[in-house]
Write a protein that binds this ligand. Structure first.
Ligand code: CA
Length: 486
């Protein structure tokens, strides 16, 4: 019997691309026909979430199949120990040729740069963020400037590498873009797009009335916190506060969506190239982003919070040889699951340290692992005085979301606020999908609130994480323990 061919693997990962700026996800602000094509040829995931909605941590979780407290990349300033096991090191051991091109953002120094790759070529500079134009790259050969637009260059380098390969062994390439990350510098060929007024999200005027002080304190408001580099123009003189906020929203979204237009074009280039090579059917092609983004939702830009727009990762996947087309996957999956899923598709064993759940079986009709009952989230940055989103963790099930905000960092300069007691939020996503009503103190939710605390506590224990010392042990846990003793 002929052994089935092992698939090639292409993971296109963008930075800060929200699912609600993808037409396959129902975007009302733009069209992304080529990303949609992957969903049509395969699967769209409606509940894929980042376990820490920040660039570097999400990348580390994707590579290692572990949570931030295990892989050590909990913030933007905690570089990766690149010697730890990843799905790449597992693939390489199994005979795959492997490459990483583009935004790495997990360190630029020895010990932090990519390991386990036959070829790597990463954006450096600006604390690992890289540039949109004439970006500086670092490879095993050293540093160089590549002339042109980063989104195009990253695709070029990736395809060139595959074309340089001889032999029949399968390959895996990570095409990891900077776009559409701040400061949103589009290619001039897209300068005419999105000049009509862009629709406002329904939560634009969220007044944070029932939220904690943590949400109110965040410095991520479009009206107040976009800077001159972000906007690239000064607002017209004499506008009211509301009118200026609308002007800033339009300016921000124009550039953001134009950057996405280049991404979509380059996704199309990869699809067309795979088809021309006759390899589309035998390739696991994934498109995702390291986390979501606020596009004026709740008045914000940026990410960090466990709220839906930031938590949700777009994920579409095609692999026609094994995965039927036009599927929608609605179970909970996370970035920690990617590693084991890829390894299952490759027919390669995963590493025992990995903490995720392969969802390959959900898609192929093969044996599938039990579905996740919820997902655990933790954002670790205490001291980001620029965005002022406090550290928090939480637990999201298909219906509820519990969040615990805490902070024990340096506090907020000039405010005299150095630390504050923990604060809870609870959302009923079925009754309130836009998360406008914190029901933590609503007596109708008293029981579920305590049950969710127990679930989160047990998940933290299972994953080897620890609650913050300011969080009391859940009372229901004591009652359950006492009940067992009687
Ligand atoms: Ca990001």
């Amino acid at each position: 019997m002929e052994t089935p061919r092992r698939p090639n693997i292409v993971i296109i990962l963008t930075d800060d691309h929200a699912a609600h700026a993808i037409s396959a996800y129902g975007s009302v602000v733009n069209e992304t026909p080529r990303i949609d094509e992957i969903a049509r040829e395969g699967v769209r995931f409606d509940n894929c979430f980042a376990t820490n909605a920040l660039c570097s941590p999400s990348r580390a979780s994707i590579l290692t199949g572990t949570y931030s407290h295990v892989n050590g990349v909990s913030t933007l300033v905690t570089p990766i120990d690149a010697s730890q096991p990843t799905f790449i090191s597992q693939l390489k051991e199994a005979g795959y040729r492997t490459a990483m091109v583009g935004k790495w953002h997990m360190g630029e120094h020895e010990g932090n740069t990519p390991e386990g790759f036959d070829y790597w070529d990463i954006l450096i500079g600006h604390d690992g963020q890289g540039e949109y134009w004439d970006p500086l790259f670092l490879s095993a050969e050293g540093e160089r400037i590549a002339e042109g637009y980063a989104t195009d260059i990253i695709t070029d380098l990736s395809l060139d590498w595959v074309e340089s390969l001889g032999g029949d062994d399968p390959w895996c390439v990570l095409i990891w873009h900077k776009a559409p990350h701040r400061p949103w510098e589009p290619h001039p060929k897209h300068a005419d797009l999105f000049t009509d007024p862009i629709p406002l999200p329904s939560t634009w005027e969220d007044d944070y009335a029932t939220r904690t002080s943590s949400a109110r304190r965040a410095a991520m408001r479009i009206a107040e916190h976009l800077n001159a580099e972000d906007l690239k123009q000064s607002p017209p003189e004499g506008l009211s506060y509301e009118a200026e906020a609308l002007w800033k929203y339009q300016r921000y979204m124009e550039d953001y969506l134009r950057c996405v237009a280049s991404v979509d074009e380059n996704v199309g280039r990869v699809i067309d190239w795979l088809r021309e090579r006759g390899e589309f059917d035998d390739t696991v092609l994934m498109y995702s982003s390291d986390q979501g983004f606020f596009l004026g939702d709740h008045g914000w830009f940026d990410k960090r919070f466990m709220y839906e727009e930031s938590l949700r990762m777009p994920l579409v996947l095609s692999y026609p040889r094994a995965v039927p087309p036009n599927q929608v996957h609605s179970g909970i999956v996370t970035n920690v699951d990617f590693a084991q899923t890829v390894l299952e598709f490759a027919g390669t064993g995963n590493h025992p340290r990995m903490q995720g759940r392969s969802f390959a079986g959900d898609l192929t009709g093969g044996p599938a692992q039990p579905v996740a009952e919820g997902m655990y989230y933790r954002y670790w940055e205490h001291d980001d005085v620029f965005h002022r989103a406090p550290a928090h963790y939480g637990w999201r099930t298909d219906r509820y979301k519990l969040i615990y905000f805490y902070n024990d960092g340096m506090g907020i300069p000039g405010t005299g606020v150095f630390t504050y007691p923990g604060e809870w939020e609870l959302y009923d996503l079925e009754a309130d999908p836009e998360e406008l009503h914190n029901v933590y103190f609503d007596s109708a939710y008293a029981r579920i609130r305590e049950e969710l605390k127990v679930q989160m506590w047990m998940e933290q224990e299972r994953l080897g994480d620890r609650p913050h010392p300011s969080q009391p042990r859940p009372q229901l846990l004591e009652e359950l323990a006492a009940g067992r003793e009687r």
